[in-house]
Design a binder for this molecule. Sequence first.
Ligand code: UD1
Ligand code: CA
Length: 458
Amino acid sequence: MATKNTIILAAGKGTRMKSKLYKVLHRLCGKTMVDHVLTEVEKANIDNVVTIVGHGAEAVEENLGDRTKYAVQEEQLGTGHAVLQAEDLLGNLEGTTMVVSGDTPLFTAHTFDNLFAYHQNKKAAVTILTSQTDNPTGYGRIVRNDLGIVERIVEQKDATPEEQAITEINTGVYAFDNKSLFAALHEISNDNAQGEYYLTDVIEILKKQGKTIAAFKMDNFYESMGVNDRVALSKATKIMQQRINESHMKDGISFVDPDSTYIDVDVKIGADTVIEPGVQLKGQTVIGEGCYLGAHSEIVDSTLHDNVKVTSSMIENSEMMTGSDIGPNSHLRPDSLIGEGVHLGNFVEVKKSTIGAGTKVGHLTYVGNAKLGKNINVGCGVVFVNYDGAKKHETVVGDDSFIGSNSNLIAPLNVADHSFIAAGSTINKDVEKYDMAIARERQTNKPGYYKKLPYQKD
Ligand code: UD1
Ligand code: CA
C-alpha cells in the first residue's frame, strides 16, 4: 500500500539564534516553530510523521508529545544524515515521503497538498518545492540546465558566483519516492564547504540514476521563509500576524490598527468585536461577539462571552460573562469568574474569586479568594484581606449586600445576603442577614482647636 509520510527535521542547535533555547522551540504567535510545522502537516492527512530530534530532544518531545514519532540524531552531521535516522521507522514503506524543516513555520497545509498532488502527477522520484526571491542569500540554489530541467541544488557556501546569482531557491521541502530517498541517502558524502551530509545532494544522485526530478515553484516566497536568526524570526512573526489578523477581519472583526495588534494562532473571536491598537490576545483565549477590547489590553488563556468591554486591562486564565466590563487599568488574575453584567472599574484586582451577576466593584479594590453574590455594591478602596502570612482564607458575601468604601474584610469571613457594612470598617466577625456592621473609632470633634495651630490662617 502506498503510504504518505513526513519527516520533520528538528535536531539542529540553531547556532545563529544565539540562544540557550533550541532553534525550533522559539515561538511565534503562541506556538513553537516546530509546532506550527506539525500542525500544518497534520492537516495534510499523513500516515506517518517522524520528527528528527537531537539537540534538546527532550524539550522538543515535551512540546510535541505523541502527535509524532521520533528518531534521534545523536550528532548533527547535516540534513541528509538527519533524514537517514528515520530509516528504521520508514525505510521499508512503499509511498511518498515529504521532508520539511522545523524552522520554516509559515508553510500551510494547502501548499503541502499541492506538492503531493504535483509529485503524484509527475510520477517523479523527487519533487522539490522551490520559490523565487530577489534576496536568495543563505538558501540552496536550484540549478537548471539549458532546457530548464533541474540538475541539482547547490548550497550558498558551495556555490560559484554565477550560481549565487540564481534567484530560484530550495525551500527545504521535498516530496520523495520513499525507497529511492533512503537508497540515495547511503550514497551522499560530506565532501563540501561545511563538511556535512547534505540532503540536497540526493537530487544529483537520483538524477544520475536516470530518475525524474521535478520542481514545484510556489508563488509566495514568504511562506517558505526559513528562520535561522532573530531577525528572520521577527519577520516571520510579522507575516504570520498579518495572516491571522486578516483571517479575523474576513470573519467580521474590526481592527483599528492591525499592524499593532498581536493575536496568537489559536485564539477565537466572534463577529462585530472591535479591537484597538496594542491589544494582545494570547494562548487559548476565546472572545465572544460584539466585544470591545480597548487599547493595550492583554488577555491570556481566558474566555470572554458576548458584549464584554475591556478597557486597558490584563486578564489571565479567567472568564467574563455576557455584558460585563472591566477597566481601565484593572487585573483579573487566574481563576476569576466574572458574572453577567458585572462592572469592574479602575484599579481593581481580582484573584481566584467568583463575582455574581450585576455586582459592581468600581474603584481601587482587591478581591482575593472570595465568593461574591449578585447585585452587591462594593465601595471604593475595599480590601478582601485573604492572607494571614501563612495561609489564604476565603470570604463569602451574599446577594444584595453593600460594602462601604475603605473597608477591610478579614478572611475567613461570611457576610450574609442583604447586609450592610459601614464605610471604613475592619470586619473580622461574620455579619447576619439585614444587619449593619460598623467597626471603626467614633469621631470626636474638638471645638476651636484650629486656632491653636502655629500655622493658622485668619
Ligand atoms: C537548508 C537547505 C537549503 C535550503 C534551506 C531552506 C540543506 C543542506 N540545505 O539550509 O538548501 O535552502 O534549508 O530553509 O539541506 N537539521 C538537523 N540535523 C542536522 C542539520 C540540520 O535536524 O544535522 C535540521 C535543523 O534543525 C533545521 C533543518 O534541519 O530545522 C535545516 O537545517 P539548517 O541548518 O537550518 O539548513 P539551512 O542552512 O537553512
Ligand atoms: Ca534553515
